[in-house]
Design a protein around this ligand. Structure first.
Ligand SMILES: [Zn+2]
Length: 242
């Protein structure tokens, strides 16, 4: 595996850890384990093809089909946050610009609200954070939306519509039975999901939409732990998680 922050490149970390611990060790990414946990033991139970995403500090996705994770040829499948959008101007941490997650993430929601206010946007949120705009978070935008703030509603609508557009590509390519949404920003619930749904419905062929269920994740913070345990158990059994 590689980890640029640790200076690792092509390091057999699972093997090294396994040797030290005297136990089998598997390494996988957090979003896959989260979605796998939800698919086998949470909101995804009973669905055959589950596309799960986490909207937190970033945006990422994973696909489970018949209890099996899809990895892609280079183990990079699911980086939905780095689809590039024409009308998104922001620089992404990945080095590209215009990535979906620069808008559809907790970070993105807060930045969009700050930018709208800096550009002269008014209202409750603008008054509340006058002179301390950098402290504004996605949770503040969500709370202001609850109190009827138009600017906050506009930001959530814009973020939701971007998510819907990003998902339209994934839905057309993968035809999921279920889209499962978790992560910190998913706490905004319908404020984000309603515009996402209407944009997604508008953009995909009707059979995809009619077939699709959209749900919030239900295991929340436990999903990754449950998914990791279930995935490791399946690998040890020689089963289907890997
Ligand atoms: Zn990116």
């Amino acid at each position: 595996m590689g980890a640029s922050n640790l200076g690792w490149r092509d390091r057999p970390a699972a093997e090294e850890l396994g040797r030290r611990l005297g136990l089998p060790v598997y390494i996988d990414n957090d979003v896959r384990m989260y979605v796998y946990g939800e698919a086998v033991a949470g909101a995804g139970r009973g669905f055959r093809v589950v596309l799960g995403l986490t909207v937190g500090t970033g945006l990422a996705a994973a696909l489970v089909e018949d209890g099996r994770l899809y990895y892609g040829g280079g183990f990079m499948a699911g980086e939905l946050g780095h689809i590039r959008m024409d009308d998104v101007p922001y620089q992404c941490g990945c080095g590209l610009s215009g990535c979906l997650e620069t808008v559809v993430s907790a970070t993105g929601i807060a930045r969009l609200a700050r930018d709208r206010i800096a550009a002269g946007g008014e209202g409750l949120l603008a008054r509340q954070f006058a002179g301390r705009l950098q402290e504004l978070t996605a949770a503040d935008v969500s709370a202001a939306h609850d109190q009827g703030d138009a600017l906050a509603a506009q930001v959530m609508d814009e973020v939701g519509r971007h998510l819907g557009r990003g998902l339209s590509y994934a839905v057309t390519l993968l035809n999921p039975d279920l889209i499962l949404i978790g992560g910190g920003a998913a706490a905004a619930g319908e404020k984000l999901f309603a515009p996402m749904r209407s944009e997604l419905k508008r953009l995909v062929l009707p059979p995809y939409w009619q077939h699709l269920t959209i749900r919030r994740a239900e295991l929340l913070d436990d999903a990754g732990v449950i998914g990791s345990a279930a995935s490791a158990a399946a690998r040890i059994r020689g089963g289907s998680a890997s």
